[in-house]
Design a protein around this ligand. Structure first.
Ligand code: S3P
Length: 176
């Protein structure tokens, strides 16, 4: 049997959580979102964790959360990750051991348009377009190197993008 965990990575606003939820339902897999996992454990929102403890502290919680998720998974699952989670090498190696990594991408302008309405992403609030664009391109190379598959989530609906991923994953059962 192949690896029955699908990790969704990609920039903020790419649609990892929305796609992850729908994909998990279609596949009959369990769904976990790393940010929600952290918030539940800490009983605090991500925005508040950043405000009170700072980014470095959040990264430690995030790394611990993903390690716990990887260790505890005993059923097929789709796991959506926060956009900065894969900057940690150990985390990526843990994910590679047990699952496939799927990069959800879109062109920067599309992502930026989605992020202008954001109120709960500390790294996107009050950031200039240029600053976010720099971060996008800084991370893009890593996402591409790490990912086993990349999908564009552009103007299509979440349902369409998810269906595309589902079809390709299911058509070769060895993948999952
Ligand atoms: C972050 C992205 C967020 C969340 C946190 C940090 C980042 O997740 O983990 O605010 O480093 O870009 P989303 O990618 O779900 O927005």
């Amino acid at each position: 049997m192949g690896k029955r965990v699908l990790f969704l990575i990609g920039f903020m606003g790419a649609g990892k959580t929305s796609i992850g939820e729908v994909l998990a339902k279609k596949m009959g897999f369990f769904f976990i979102d790393s940010d929600k996992y952290v918030e539940k454990k800490e009983k605090m929102s991500i925005i508040k964790i950043f405000k009170i403890h700072g980014e470095e502290y959040f990264r430690k919680l995030e790394k611990k959360a993903i390690n716990e998720i990887c260790d505890q998974l005993n059923e097929p699952a789709v796991v959506s990750l926060g956009a900065g989670a894969v900057s940690d090498r150990d985390t990526v190696n843990s994910m590679k051991r047990i699952g496939h990594i799927i990069h959800i991408d879109a062109d920067f302008d599309t992502l930026y348009a989605r992020l202008t309405h954001t109120h709960d992403r500390p790294l996107a609030i009050n950031k200039s377009k240029r600053c976010l664009e720099r971060l996008y391109y800084e991370r893009k190379g890593d996402y591409e190197t790490i990912a086993d598959y990349t999908y564009q989530n552009l103007s299509e609906s979440v349902e369409e993008t998810t269906q595309k991923i589902y079809n390709e994953m299911r058509c070769d059962d060895e993948r999952i």
